[in-house]
Design a protein around this ligand. Sequence first.
Ligand code: FE
Ligand code: FE
Ligand code: ZN
Length: 278
Amino acid sequence: MLNIGCHLSSVRGYEAMGKEALSISANTFQFFTRNPRGGDVKPMNIADAEALNKLLKENNFARVLAHAPYTLNLCSADSGIREFAKRIFAEDLARMEYIEQGMLNFHPGSHVKQGVETGITFIVDALNGILSKEQKTLVLLETMAGKGSEVGRNFEELAEIIKRVELNEKLGVCLDTCHVHDAGYDIVNALDSVLEEFDKVIGLSRLKAIHLNDSKNPLGSHKDRHEVIGGGFIGLSALVNVINHPQLSHLPFYLETPNELPGYAEEIKLLRKHFNEK
Ligand code: FE
Ligand code: FE
Ligand code: ZN
C-alpha cells in the first residue's frame, strides 16, 4: 500500500482535512500549523483533533505531518526573532500532541551572514530548550535546497544538528525530492548512492517522511521551485523509482506540487498506479 497524501489547507479544521484527504484517495496529508508566513493561530479545538484521530484510525491513515511556518528561523542573528521562533515552535509542538502519531516538520533556518556553524549552534540550542522527554510528536528536519544561507543544504549539516541535540530520539528527517535534487544529490541517475550516503551520514532509520515534488530547475541549482510530478527536471520515472525503492516504499509521501485539489487527486492516482504492491 502506497502511503501518500498532499499538502492541504487547514482553514476548515482538522477533521475537514481528513475528509478532504479521503475524497482524493489519500491516506495521509500535510498541513501548515498556522499561516505559512508566520503569525496568528486559531485557538486549539481539541474536539476537532479527536474527530480527526478517529477518522485516521478508522481509515488506516499513515502519520500526518504538520509543517512549521517558512518564516520560522531558529538561527536568526536577531535574538528577538530567535525567541519568537522558539515560542511558535513550542506552541505548535504542544498543539500537535493532540494528533495521534503526528509529526512536525520544519526548515532548520537561515544563518544569513553568521556562518553555518553559528547557525547550527542556535538551532541545537533552540531544540535543546524545546524538546521534552514526554512529547509523543516526532520533529522532522527538512533537507533544504541550499538557496541563500539555508542550513540543511547537505546531509552533514542535518547530521551535525541531530548529533548535538540531547533528546535526539525525538528527531527525524524529511527528505524533499525537489530540495535534494536542487542541492546537488542526483536522485535521477544515482538514487542508490544518494541513499547510501544518507545512510552513512545520517542513518536511514532517521528518515521518516518524503516530500515528493518535481523541480523546475536542474540538478544543483540551489533554487527550490517545486514542479508538478513529471513536469520538471526530476521527471516521472525517477519519482516512481523513489516511491518503489525498497528502502523508501514504506514511508509516507507528501506532495507539495503546484496544484489545487483536482491536480493532487490526479497525481495520487498516477503514483498509485505506478506503485508496485508487495
Ligand atoms: Fe518545507
Ligand atoms: Fe518540502
Ligand atoms: Zn521547497
